[in-house]
Design a protein around this ligand. Structure first.
Ligand code: PMT
Length: 219
């Protein structure tokens, strides 16, 4: 699809994995490459939308015309998303947001000492859940679920808990799809609707399928 069926729409996409610093030289990360989120931003841009991409990555190419906001931590990602959310028609949370951050970020490199080291973590805000709570009836919210087991059950729980219009669930225990891969295969869940399973396709193709689903189920 490359018609302009998203012309006049503002699309907000998050991509990549947040980094949670421990000290000036170390951080907690996850395996997100940003590919899924960038594919969604590119697909929406190609279909005529005005796209804002909130990303932790800077190593992937972005076409001119997409507004890019670079962030590092979950807290920064939340602040930037909340700034853009009120004007977004469609918001897609493809980023892998850290559920916890380090309680006390050290301003100096932590010295190697004992055989064990306990790091205290604090729960991060659930950005998607927050957006689900404040979204207006004219806004469409898409969440993802990254699961290693009980894909359908866990995805159904997230669909309900986060009040999203569409939940895209992927099995991240596989190396041929999910984190880092060029392809993905997902379940598409909507409230009170039958679950759809997509074939395994490139993330670019899947991005268009997700946007097709958004458009066909928008009010
Ligand atoms: O980046 P790639 O290498 O291309 O990989 C793609 C992907 C596997 C990262 C992507 O397809 C994906 O699944 N993204 C969501 C990853 C994730 O954090 O899933 P989750 O099940 O932990 O979280 C559920 C949803 O809540 C997600 O939309 C997530 O963005 C959001 N979330 C989670 C935690 C949190 N504190 N705030 C959030 O907003």
């Amino acid at each position: 699809t490359s018609n302009a069926d998203l012309k006049g729409k503002r699309v907000l996409v998050s991509a990549g994995g947040t980094l949670e610093p421990i000290d000036p030289v170390r951080y907690i990360a996850n395996r997100s490459s940003g590919k899924m989120g960038y594919a969604l931003a590119n697909a929406a841009n190609a279909r005529g939308a005005q796209v804002t991409l909130v990303t932790t990555k800077s190593d992937l190419p972005v076409p001119r015309g997409i507004q890019v906001e670079k962030v590092v931590t979950a807290a920064e990602m939340e602040a930037v998303l909340l700034k853009h959310f009120p004007t977004a028609d469609i918001t897609i949370m493809a980023a892998a947001v850290a559920d916890y951050r380090v309680a006390q970020i050290s301003s100096q490199k932590i010295k190697k000492k004992n055989e064990t080291w306990e790091l205290k973590l604090l729960k991060n805000p659930d950005i998607l859940k927050h957006l689900g709570q404040i979204k207006r009836a004219d806004q469409y919210l898409v969440g993802f679920a990254a699961e290693t087991d009980e894909l359908l059950k866990n995805a159904t729980d997230k669909l309900l808990a986060k009040n999203v219009d569409l939940l895209v669930a992927n099995d991240v225990s596989r190396s041929d799809i999910g984190f880092g891969a060029d392809e993905n295969q997902v379940l598409l869940l909507r409230p009170q609707k039958d679950v759809k399973t997509t074939p395994k396709v490139t993330k670019e193709r899947l991005a268009h399928k997700i946007l097709d689903e958004v458009l066909s189920s928008s009010k």
